[in-house]
Design a protein around this ligand. Structure first.
Ligand code: JFZ
Length: 455
C-alpha cells in the first residue's frame, strides 16, 4: 500500500488522513510528582509510597468537555488518552483491578468521561494502553522465568483490552505501548489483535505489540491490513521524529515541551511555529501528527499548551485544506521555502521563510497551473513560465500572516517533478546535473571563455 495513494487506504480508515492532526494526552497519578510519566521507574520510587499517592489522587478540576474544546480550538480532529501507563494505574472502571480512578479517591471513570465528551464534540477517540506494568514482578521476570505469573499477567492484559473495547462504544484508534522487552508471541499479540478486530472491526491498531522474531514466516494478518511491515499493526508510530513508513499509515507522536510526555512542573514549551512546522512536515510526508499534552494533577491543560496550539487552530481555520485529507507532497525541492503538500490536483506551498520577494520561482515542478492563489489572503497570483521554470508573481514584501503563509496551485493534472528534480541533493544519479553545470562552462575562473581549463 502506498500511503500517499488514498485509493489504497481501506474506507474504514480514510478518516485517519482526513484528520491528520490529533491530541495525545498523557495523564495519570504521576502528574502529582510533576516530573513526567515515568517518574516511578526513573527515580526508583518506593512502589508502596507511589501507590498511596495514586490512590489518593483526586483531580477535581478534570472536565473532559474543556479538554475537547481545547483540542478543537487547536484544529485537532481526534485524540488518544492514556488509559493505563507503565505505572499500572487505570483511568477507567476495570473489573480486573481496584487500582483505578473509579475505585479509589476520584471515584470516577475518566475514560468514560473522555470518550463521551470528545465524541460529543465531533472528535474521533483513541485509547493508549501500556502492556507493561512496572508493579508486576512477572513483567520483569518474563515467561521464561515465571511462566505461571506471566500467564496470569498476560490474561490480565487481554481482559483489560477486551473491556476497554467492549464498554466504551466505538474506539477509532488503539495505541499500544510498553511491549519491551517481550515479543509478539510472548504477549500473544496475534490473539489479542484477532479479539480486537472481532469487537471493533474498524479499529486502527498501532505497531507496538512486540516484534515478530520470525517475521518472514508470520501469518499475513500479522502485518496489518495493507501493510507489508515486519511487525503487527496498521500504522507506524515514529516518536520524536517524522519518518514516513513506506507501505502503511503512520503518525508521528511529538511532545509540546522538551521530551517528557506527562506533566512536568517548570517545563518550557515549544512555540507555535515549531509545532506547525511538525504538522506541515508530517503532512508533506503523508502522515499524521499526534501532538502531546500532559494535564496537571488537578486535571487542567496547561495554559501554555492552550496558548500555542490555539495559534495553530487559527492558522488551520484559514489554511486547513492544505493539511486535512492531504496526500503527502514532496514533489520537488522546497527546503529553502518550506513544505509542499498535495491534495488531488492541488499543490500547496507552505512558506516557512517569507523573504519579501515579489515573485517565487519553482524550478523542478512539472505542472500546468490553472490558478495560483495566496490562500492566506485569497489574492490571485500571476503565473509565468520561463522554459521549465514556473514563476509566481504578486507576493507582498511583508508576510501576510504570523505563521506560515500558503500558496495554493490548482493544477490541470496531478503535479509531478521534472526528471532532474525527482531526487534531492545528495540523492539520485549525480550525472543528472552535468548539463546544468556545463551550461556555465568548464573554467574554474570567472569570465573565462568556453572550454578554458583555467590554465
Ligand atoms: C513510550 C513510553 O515509554 C513513554 O512514556 C511515552 O508514553 C511514549 C509515547 O511511548 O516511549 C518510548 C517507546 C519506545 C521507544 C522509546 C520510547 N523505543 O522503542 O525506542
Amino acid at each position: 500500500m502506498n500511503i500517499t495513494d488514498k485509493s489504497m487506504i481501506p474506507d474504514k480508515w480514510k478518516w485517519f488522513p482526513e484528520c491528520r492532526f490529533g491530541m495525545f494526552i498523557h495523564w495519570g497519578p504521576y502528574s502529582r510528582q510533576g516530573r513526567g510519566e515515568q517518574v516511578l521507574f526513573r527515580e526508583h520510587l518506593n512502589q508502596k509510597e507511589y501507590e498511596k499517592t495514586a490512590c489518593a489522587w483526586n483531580p477535581t478540576k478534570f472536565n473532559a468537555k474543556k479538554w475537547a474544546e481545547t483540542a478543537k480550538s487547536a484544529g485537532m480532529r481526534y485524540a488518544v488518552l492514556t488509559t493505563r501507563h507503565h505505572d499500572g494505574f487505570c483511568l477507567w472502571d476495570s473489573q480486573y483491578t481496584n487500582y483505578s480512578t473509579a475505585k479509589q479517591a476520584a471515584g470516577r471513570d475518566f475514560v468514560k468521561e473522555y470518550v463521551e465528551a470528545f465524541r460529543k464534540a465531533g472528535l474521533r477517540v483513541g485509547l493508549y494502553y501500556s502492556l507493561a506494568d512496572w508493579r508486576i514482578p512477572a513483567y520483569w521476570e518474563g515467561p521464561e522465568n515465571d511462566s505461571e505469573g506471566w500467564s496470569i499477567f498476560r490474561n490480565y492484559i487481554h481482559n483489560q483490552v477486551r473491556e476497554l473495547l467492549s464498554n466504551y462504544g466505538i474506539i477509532d484508534e488503539f495505541w499500544f505501548d510498553g511491549a519491551w522487552p517481550r515479543n509478539a508471541y510472548e504477549w500473544d499479540s496475534f490473539k489479542l489483535v484477532d479479539m480486537m478486530r472481532d469487537l471493533q472491526p474498524n479499529i486502527l491498531i498501532n505497531n507496538r505489540l512486540g516484534i515478530i522474531p520470525d517475521a518472514d514466516n508470520a501469518p499475513k494478518f500479522a502485518t496489518g491490513e495493507g501493510g507489508t511491515s515486519k511487525e503487527l499493526g496498521d500504522f507506524g508510530t515514529p516518536e520524536h521524529h517524522i519518518t514516513p513508513e513506506p507501505d502503511r499509515l503512520w503518525e508521528s507522536c511529538q511532545v509540546t515541551t522538551w521530551r517528557l510526555w506527562g506533566y512536568a512542573i517548570g517545563e518550557r514549551w515549544r512555540s507555535a511555529d515549531l509545532l506547525l512546522d511538525m504538522l506541515a512536515e508530517s503532512a508533506s510526508k503523508g502522515g499524521n501528527l499526534l501532538l502531546n499534552v500532559g494535564p496537571n494533577a488537578m486535571g487542567e491543560i496547561p495554559e501554555e499548551f492552550k496558548r500555542e496550539t490555539a495559534k495553530l487552530g487559527k492558522w488551520l481555520r484559514i489554511h486547513g485544506e492544505a493539511i486535512y485529507d492531504s496526500e503527502g507532497g514532496d514533489i520537488c525541492e522546497m527546503v529553502t521555502r518550506g513544505y509542499q503538500v498535495v491534495k488531488g490536483n492541488n499543490l500547496y506551498l507552505i512558506i516557512r521563510f517569507w523573504d519579501g520577494s515579489e515573485s517565487l520561482r519553482l524550478d523542478g515542478l512539472k505542472a500546468n497551473i490553472r490558478r495560483a492563489t495566496l490562500l492566506t489572503t485569497g489574492k490571485s497570483l500571476k503565473v509565468e513560465y520561463e522554459n521549465n521554470v514556473i514563476i509566481l508573481n504578486g507576493l507582498s514584501s511583508q508576510s501576510p500572516c504570523d505563521l506560515f503563509p500558503v500558496i495554493k496551485l490548482e493544477c490541470v493534472e496531478h503535479p509531478t517533478p521534472l526528471p532532474w528534480a525527482n531526487a534531492r541533493l545528495w540523492e539520485g544519479d549525480p550525472r543528472r546535473m552535468t548539463s546544468w553545470a556545463k551550461a556555465r562552462g568548464e573554467s574554474v575562473f570567472v569570465g573565462k571563455s568556453e572550454g578554458d581549463n583555467g590554465a
